[in-house]
Design a protein around this ligand. Structure first.
Ligand code: ADP
Ligand code: MG
Length: 240
């Protein structure tokens, strides 16, 4: 069953890079147990929002509240400790480290480290290909395997909210399909997901709720299937 408690509340967020102001007052909410999507053109600000949520950049105004705690100015490790983890755009695995070393690094926060061995076994059960490749360097994996590793590494911190930035970018359709299957499994297990994705069709199909980001602002929002039916969305993002 979907719970309706709000897990993440982002209010009036402004953020950017030095003089480059990218987000202009973004407000979104993520309910516990839900799949929430961010869609929008390249350069709209989705990654900037993900970076602000995970503490990689600090906002210039607005707030980020997670589980009732104000994390607006907290650093990344505090957010990981609170239960948020990011699978970043471009995967960002450590190419010269082995698969297993990459996974261990995902559990480096002390809350997760105490159970990292057990968590590695769980991870291998979910990602059998990572088990087969555990002693290989991450750089030798295929794009799809690296993406699985990026997701698995984020899961190693045992998050309650998983932030996924473009988890299928650059992957062949059949591999992208596998990634979506994994995300559906994680959601079915009760994990809360916030996903930025260029595969708008698939993402809206699985999203309980979605936000359309344009030019650093929320342009429209609604249940995934409702947005999928919206002629303006179809025209702008689905080429219909
Ligand atoms: N490190 C950076 N420094 C300066 N500008 C950046 C940086 N990263 C992204 N941008 C700019 O921020 C805007 C939003 O980018 P981004 O958040 O990556 O969008 P999206 O993820 O929706 O494609 C773009 O104009 C991009 O050029
Ligand atoms: Mg992006």
């Amino acid at each position: 069953m979907r719970k309706k408690d709000v897990m993440l509340t982002v209010s009036g967020l402004h953020a950017g890079y030095g003089a480059a102001r990218i987000l202009h007052g973004v407000s979104i909410r993520v309910n516990e147990g839900s799949v929430t999507a961010l869609i929008g053109a390249n350069g709209a600000g989705k990654t900037t929002l993900m970076r602000s949520l995970s503490g990689l950049i600090l906002p210039t105004a607005g707030s980020v509240e997670f589980d009732g705690a104000d994390l607006t100015r907290s650093d990344s490790s505090v957010r990981v400790g609170a239960g948020m983890a990011l699978s970043p755009e471009g995967r960002m695995v450590f190419p010269t480290l082995t698969v297993e070393e990459n996974l261990r690094l995902g559990a480096i926060h002390r809350r997760a480290w105490t159970r990292h061995k057990e968590q590695i076994e769980k991870t291998y059960a979910m990602f059998p290909r990572l088990l087969e490749r555990r002693r290989l360097t991450a750089g030798s994996l295929s794009g799809g395997e690296q993406q699985m590793l990026a997701v698995a590494r984020a899961l190693m911190s045992q998050p309650r909210l998983l932030l996924l930035d473009e988890p299928t970018l650059g992957l062949a359709p059949v591999i992208a399909h596998e990634v979506f299957d994994i995300l559906k499994q994680l959601s079915a297990q009760g994990l809360t997901l916030l996903i930025a994705e260029q595969n708008v069709q698939r993402t809206l199909e699985m999203a309980d709720y979605a936000y359309v980001i344009e030019h650093g602002q929320v342009h429209s929002e609604g249940p995934g299937l409702q947005l999928l039916d919206d002629p303006a969305i179809k025209h702008a993002y689905l080429g219909m």
